[in-house]
Design a protein around this ligand. Sequence first.
Ligand SMILES: NC(=O)c1ccc[n+]([C@@H]2O[C@H](COP(=O)([O-])OP(=O)(O)OC[C@H]3O[C@@H](n4cnc5c(N)ncnc54)[C@H](OP(=O)(O)O)[C@@H]3O)[C@@H](O)[C@H]2O)c1
Length: 250
Amino acid sequence: MSRLSPAIACVVGASGGIGRAIAERLAVDPAYARVIAMSRRRPADWRSDDRRGWIGADILDEASLAAAAERIAADRITQAGRLTRIVVATGRLHGPGLVPEKSMRALSLEGLSGLFAVNAAGPALVAKHLLPLTPRAEPSLFAALSARVGSIGDNQLGGWYGYRASKAALNMLIRSLAIEHRRTRPLCVCVALHPGTVDTALSAPFQAGVAPARLFSPAQAAAALLAVMDGLGPTANGGFFAWDGAPIPW
Ligand SMILES: NC(=O)c1ccc[n+]([C@@H]2O[C@H](COP(=O)([O-])OP(=O)(O)OC[C@H]3O[C@@H](n4cnc5c(N)ncnc54)[C@H](OP(=O)(O)O)[C@@H]3O)[C@@H](O)[C@H]2O)c1
């Protein structure tokens, strides 16, 4: 029998297209004894049992993240296990009153602040509250879903100012978290991942020009991203990778 306690995974943003697919896949992965889905609202059809938990939290409400971390730490099953994988699949591109900017004329403090809050500050606050729950001397992984359009070096088209810039900020936050966290948990890997173009509510208004073969289902994206996560070793810490494992320039 293994001397290691069971492994626990936590997916933040489990109500979203990609987050939900990642949570479902982890829930049937024998490598994990328990998956904790986290979202603002409980998905109507999320079935909780010994293997599948749910905790409510808003990434913009730090008190809710602190409470969620306490619940994970106190949870009987979780306490007996090791939180070895944290996936942050939250994000915002458009919504009521928010359209990706095509021109600098469309920039507003409110729009930019909102995107920076959800796409950059929120995942960093998740890290602040959940990374301390990872084991000190065993491998673990923290992955935040970023986007290729957040690559400064890859930006040839412009536009989408707030989304691009907030994902670039997320990438920098992940890089700094990776460097700091490595000091106390040398086997923990922190990365930013690009899922490809995935058929979800977030991409729905922008799918017209995407070739069908390049538009992944959430299940396809989840499978690809989890395979990348499984293959990342210590040298990947602080990196930015695509759904196929290829590094993306900053
Ligand atoms: N889909 C793509 O083609 C694509 C491409 C590149 C990168 N990405 C990135 O992949 C990630 C997942 O995107 P998706 O396509 O799965 O989008 P999605 O279906 O719209 O899901 C977004 C998720 O973010 C959550 N969220 C937003 N604000 C939140 C907050 N304040 N607190 C807690 N949760 C919050 C949403 O929760 P609610 O249900 O409560 O609103 C939802 O679960 C995002 O970071 C996105 O930028 C996606």
